[in-house]
Design a protein around this ligand. Structure first.
Ligand SMILES: *Cc1c(COP(=O)(O)O)cnc(C)c1O
Length: 465
């Protein structure tokens, strides 16, 4: 039964069909909402049912023609390791629960710090994604900043604590807001700055925000890879300023921190190692299956104080790393295996080639789209993110018409099943985001996608206005 499930999985991976979902919610409900049986079914029947019910409701987001959001594919060894992780079914809470799961995280954590050029003394946690990496890192920040004000937040909570201000770009990823909400800072703690024309925070503006109410503890949130443009804050200029004011610097590097692993793009991350904490993902550019994010914290004491838990039945290990001291979860998946496998399969050069490859595919796609009629490039990729807009060619077309044309072209391409893209609003205009973090995308995929746009543009012209 497991072998046949594996065969079905391989079949899915090899099928180069439509990227989009081809059935609607109603159809999926009709298939999945069977009466909960009083007596269970055979495992074979269950797997059969699952596969046929999901048919057409899955995106081929792990294939080569997916450019929406920031969603990676899977490397063969990482997928295999993830299957084994499920089969081994280890509880990676403590060394005592699974020595191999604990040690593989130690090893992979050290490799990640090396690749991402982070301080070797930084502590880390393998979490579900960048969202929980933010929570983990900002919990450490909360500990450190309030301890400096004589406040023990783990003991007293936030009632009556000094207010903490969080300085950030108004372009930040919304996972930051949710992390702040979960940690009790509240969205009112955010001080939002508008970025420069290059989409990065202006060091002078950050300094001004830091100088306001100098006694108030502050966190500065910087971006390694803006979600729309891939822009990087100027770490080498902003971090020293933040340090002078005693602020904690956290970096959202969900995909962009990986630029550090490429000789070609490492300059974008210059100075990032001076921050206090970093959040990134394995399930994006490392092409590990989902459920893989990483939190890194420079100050071990703050990280441990925020996360560590002790109970009489827990056996702390003296010689090994107990994950529960650094992670927000208790029982947890042994996430280290898939990351370890991906890093070993790629090696340093393979990671760099993955980064450079995605960037080259995005640059190529943007260039080829620009040669089609009525395509405006709003943002040329610095890394792996570009923005284009489709213009309504009528002489008096308004911004609203261009917005509609952009949505229309995207919808046609998505419906064709040839490529998958999403829209965003950037500087007040609707735009199509082009993102790639997949190790699967080939030149042939890009050509196929460009043809789909050519067809969609022609169809728009023929459609009645
Ligand atoms: C994807 C992303 C996040 C959220 O990460 P998850 O892994 O989805 O939790 C945060 N910030 C940026 C810039 C991202 O691209």
């Amino acid at each position: 039964m497991l072998r046949s499930a594996a065969e079905r999985a391989v079949h899915f991976l090899n099928d180069d069909g439509a990227v989009n979902a081809t059935v609607d919610a109603e159809t999926l409900r009709n298939r999945f909402y069977v009466t909960l049986p009083a007596q269970g079914r055979q495992p074979e029947d269950v797997v059969d049912h699952l596969c046929s019910a999901a048919e057409g409701g899955l995106l081929r987001s792990n294939g080569g023609r997916f450019f929406a959001w920031v969603i990676g594919g899977t490397l063969p060894s990482a997928l295999a390791a993830d299957w084994l992780t499920a089969a081994w079914d280890q509880n990676a809470a403590l060394y005592a629960c699974s020595p191999a799961a604990a040690i593989v995280e130690e090893a992979a954590g050290a490799w990640l710090k090396e690749l991402l050029a982070l301080p070797q003394h930084a502590t880390f946690a393998f979490v579900t994604g960048c969202q929980m990496a933010h929570v983990t890192c900002l919990a450490a920040a909360r500990h450190a900043l309030l301890a400096k004000h004589g406040w023990d937040v783990e003991r007293n909570g936030l009632f009556g604590a000094p207010r903490v201000r969080v300085i950030s770009s108004d372009r930040r990823h919304a996972s930051i807001d949710r992390a702040l909400r979960m940690l009790g800072f509240g969205s009112e703690s955010l001080v939002l700055l508008e970025p420069d024309v290059d989409e990065t925070l202006e060091p002078g503006a950050v300094e001004e925000a830091l100088a306001f109410e100098p006694q108030t503890p502050k966190i500065v949130l910087l971006q390694a890879g803006d979600i729309n443009t891939g822009a990087f804050d100027r770490f080498d200029r902003v971090i020293p300023i933040a340090k002078r004011y005693g602020a904690w610097v956290h970096v959202d590097g969900a995909f962009g921190l990986w630029a550090a692993a490429s000789e070609r793009y490492a300059h974008l991350t210059r100075g990032v190692d001076g921050a206090d904490s970093w959040a990134t993902d394995g399930h994006k550019w490392l092409n590990v299956p989902f459920d893989s994010g990483y939190a890194f914290v420079a100050d071990a004491e703050s990280h441990r104080a925020a996360m560590s838990i002790r109970a009489p039945y827990i056996t702390a290990h003296a010689q090994a790393r107990d994950q529960i001291d650094w992670n927000p979860e208790w029982s947890r998946r042994a996430r280290g295996f898939a990351t370890y496998a991906a890093l070993l399969e790629l090696g340093r050069d393979g990671v760099a080639a993955t980064i450079d490859g995605s960037c080259a595919q995005v640059a190529g796609l943007v260039e080829q789209l620009e040669r089609l009629p009525n395509v405006e490039v709003l943002w040329r990729p610095l890394l792996n993110q570009g923005l284009v807009r489709f213009l309504d060619p009528r002489p008096n077309a308004s911004d609203g018409d261009h917005d509609n044309r952009t949505e229309d072209v995207i919808a046609r391409v998505v419906d064709s099943g040839e490529g998958f893209f999403g829209a965003t609003t950037w500087r007040g205009k609707r735009a199509m985001r082009i993102s790639n973090v997949s190790a699967q995308t080939t030149d042939g995929d890009v050509r196929r996608v460009v043809e789909a746009f050519r067809a969609a543009l022609t169809a728009c012209e023929l459609a009645p206005a």
